[in-house]
Write a protein that binds this ligand. Sequence first.
Ligand code: GLN
Length: 483
Amino acid sequence: MELMFSFTTIENYHAFLKETPDGCLQAVRYYLARIADHASLNAYLEVFSEEAEARAAELDKARQAGAPMEALHGVVIALKDVIAYKGHTLSAGSKMLEGFTSLFNATAVDRLLAEGAIIIGRNNCDEFAMGSTNENSAYGLVRNALDPNRVPGGSSGGSAVAVQADLCMLSLGSDTGGSVRQPADFCGIIGYKPTYGAISRYGLVAYGSSLDQIGIFGKVIEDVARVLAVIGGPDDYDSTALSNKLAINIPSLDPSNIRPPRVAYFREAIAHPSLDPEIRYTLQKFIDTLQQDGAVVEAVPFDLLDFIVPAYYVLSTAEASSNLSRYDGVKYGHQSQTPPESLDAFYKANRSSGFGREVQRRILLGTFVLSAGYYDAYFTKAQQVRKLLVDKTNEVFQGYDALILPTAPTPAFPLGSGSDDPIALYLADIYTVFANLTGLPGISLPLFQHTNGMPFGLQVLSDRGTDSALLQLSFNWLSRYRA
Ligand code: GLN
């Protein structure tokens, strides 16, 4: 039986709940049925069926008893398997953490629950969030719902597909170098990474701590803004969280919001040889359209493009090699069954059999760039590049409201096609890692369609802390230009 439920926005859903005494339960049952029907996509590692139904029934009861609806009352949300949810398995897509149960909630999860959200399950992802295709998960690959033979992107592939295929209302992912924006681009949905520090990282499995942010997948900007307004803000458990909560307005079609923006772009980014010609042409046409509609859109010179990916892979792997040193298999997580001959051999056996190939590659890379003889040649150099990039953003945002870029050089590609060439996959992060290295907020907007049938997005960045304005601009552009 096809259950009758359809979700558009949280606002409409809340209007429906006012009329429907068992509305939350209807919503949860609808998603549970769809998740079961779409199991072959492998977007969920675990579905909290009974728990989600019980929570829905509780929320319905509270509403019937006259309690006011919280900001995310009954909103059905899925979590990438790197976000801690107390009493639930947290595996980071890795065998290393197989069977590990979280002892506490991530701050973001605490805040979701306090505002009435229903957490429906745990999404598949690349192991320790390392990857761009979701083929690095120890629990199998994830398929793109628009073409099951193509990748959904990564590393938050499961969370992107969960929203894309209507298997939840919204989901949380994490973005260290593009892992929310790029899968959103490949799946035809919205993927938003806030300003670094806007959302607490407490309870997020660390990859590269100076780059990591929790991000949000959704189908409409208003809902993404609502979730940000709930989960963002300072947190005593994360010293890198911003000390002031960003004021987030829920975007709307208020004509006073439609001031023509000042937009910058990097000609070098659009001319880059790795960019699919059709994406290049579409972006050039989009720039023309914006100009015709009164926006100021100007090219800003940028000569650092080819340094971004190397700097990112030096810094992110250096941080990862340190962050992942805690997984030794002693107190928790995977333990090798081979009897160890020494303590070192014990660590080695646990880590060699617990971590997958890509994670091992990155730990080795990170250890190498931090080693005494190479520290200055790699790590220090990459920090210097990072500083130049930050300087560049300060210059750009003095004159412009937004910077537009492609999200990825190509649309979603066939499964298996990138797996034998890790460097080629790293290079495909060329457009997304900039925002992480500089701490800027960034969003991928599902505006375009490739002739191969796959969607692709426009990436929009704005200055640190201007997330509310970025979401309003995104709202305006999606309302006006979405095909
Ligand atoms: N593709 C990038 C990487 O593999 C981004 C990962 C991420 O943002 N978590 O590192």
